[in-house]
Design a protein around this ligand. Structure first.
Ligand SMILES: NC(=O)NCCC[C@H](N)C(=O)O
Length: 413
């Protein structure tokens, strides 16, 4: 079996992939509607799978549907990752490669690996996509497959293929810079396999066939939540819990080599769960404005990187204050900071609940979680339009509207 042809896609009617900023009007975006992978979370595995509690899945889906509707109401075409994966699997090469991305021989042993691979190859596109996203337990593997020692010794509820509950955070696994896509190299074991799924989608979905790649999925870790396109030609890359210095340097090298940017600011951030990515403390809300966690406002620094014309490599300077370096690279007098400026406890609570993690749908218009009442009020006082969404269940994975979205096309400013 079993790749079935994809339905005809009117790919030419869709806006061409291209992202030059954080705030240009959003025209196409990749989201992931949370599904059965969230139903795998238990109090025993949620820490390892990077969730802080057990989400109520039906409600999470409702919250996510409302998020998608808001983006559509602002003229953004919403592509769902699950649909994109099924479409990609319609290509026989993707279907054949998919089993390899799911079968970990070291873990399941050679006997079972072969049986599992051949079982996966018999699945239709939708069923295979479901396993790739939601994983599979030993008890779900048909009894006839692989009566191995590994199978006998595992509990029936153990995973033979791990679920990927963090697919929800499409921001982290790929990033568009100009007309190229960088597939992230995710740092933690719970998310590493997301890279392989993004690789299949970008290689085999008809919509992305012409897309060039930047960086390399097997380079040092870079996660998209750390990558902010401050202005055309200017990237900020957070370096901390997830993205490593080597990852930032290798993305910079690649973006310079492709002529996508002229400056990269490598920005050290604390290696804590609360600040796992740069976009947990700072996101752009307008062409010249960010919302920022006050605790980092005056301490954030940057190491500016520029192409070294002589060596063809990367020249580094700094550290210098982040806000100054950003304004200079962006060619503006100053970067306006809407700091959440509240009392320290409220600011800390709202930062934890992704108050700083907004998604701009146009300059001065952002989507934000409604629960961050004080931060949203400060944004509105500063003239930013705030489109509120519920996130009580979505937020259990510690990510907000920016984390849950990968812009594919934004209009140029
Ligand atoms: N850009 C982001 O901050 N993404 C949120 C990712 C949350 C996810 N549970 C993780 O720990 O990777």
């Amino acid at each position: 079996m079993t790749a079935q042809p994809a339905p005809d896609l009117a790919v030419h009617d869709l806006p061409a992939p291209r992202v030059d900023s954080e705030v240009g009007p959003l025209r196409a975006v990749l989201l992931h509607r949370p599904g059965d992978e969230l139903r795998r979370l238990t109090p025993r595995n949620n820490d390892q799978l990077l969730f802080d509690s057990i989400p109520w899945v039906d409600r999470a889906q409702e919250e996510h549907d409302a998020f998608a509707r808001i983006l559509e109401s602002r003229e953004a075409d919403v592509l769902l990752l699950g649909d994109a994966l099924v479409t990609a699997l319609a290509d026989e090469r993707a279907h054949a490669a998919a089993a390899d991305t799911a079968v970990d021989r070291r873990r399941v042993g050679h006997e079972l690996a072969d049986a599992l691979s051949s079982h996966l190859s018999t699945l239709d596109n939708q069923a295979l996509a479901d396993v790739l996203m939601a994983g599979m337990t030993f008890e779900e593997l048909p009894a006839a497959e692989g009566a191995s020692l590994v199978r006998k010794m595992h509990h029936p509820h153990d995973f033979v293929v791990d679920p990927l509950p963090n697919l929800l955070f499409t921001r982290d696994s790929s990033v568009w810079i100009g007309n190229r896509v960088a597939i992230a190299s995710l740092a933690l074991p719970a998310r590493k396999r997301e890279t392989a799924l993004m690789d299949l989608i970008y290689a085999y979905h008809p919509r992305f066939r012409a897309a060039g790649r930047a960086y390399g999925a097997h380079s040092a870790p870079v996660e998209g939540g750390d990558v902010l396109l401050l202005a055309p030609g200017v990237l900020a890359i957070g370096v901390g819990d997830r993205t490593t210095p080597a990852g930032a340097e290798s993305l910079a090298r690649s973006a310079f080599a492709d002529g996508l940017v002229h400056t990269v600011l490598a920005v050290p951030i604390a290696q804590d769960r609360a600040t796992m990515h740069l976009d947990t403390v700072c996101t752009m809300v307008d062409q010249d404005a960010v919302v920022m966690y006050p605790a980092v406002r005056d301490t954030l620094v940057a190491y500016p990187l520029r192409p070294d014309e002589d060596s063809g490599g990367v020249r580094v300077s700094g550290p210098v204050p982040f806000l100054d370096a950003a304004a200079q690279a962006m060619g503006i007098d100053r970067l306006r900071v809407i700091d959440t400026g509240l009392d320290a406890v409220t600011a800390e609570r709202e930062q934890w609940d992704d108050g700083n993690n907004t998604l701009a749908v146009a300059p001065g218009v952002v989507v934000a979680y409604e629960r961050n009442v004080e931060t949203n009020a400060r944004l509105e006082e500063a003239g930013i339009e705030v489109l509120r969404i519920g996130g009580s269940e979505l937020g259990t994975g510690r990510g907000g509207p920016r984390c849950m979205s990968c812009p594919i096309t934004r209009d140029r400013l």
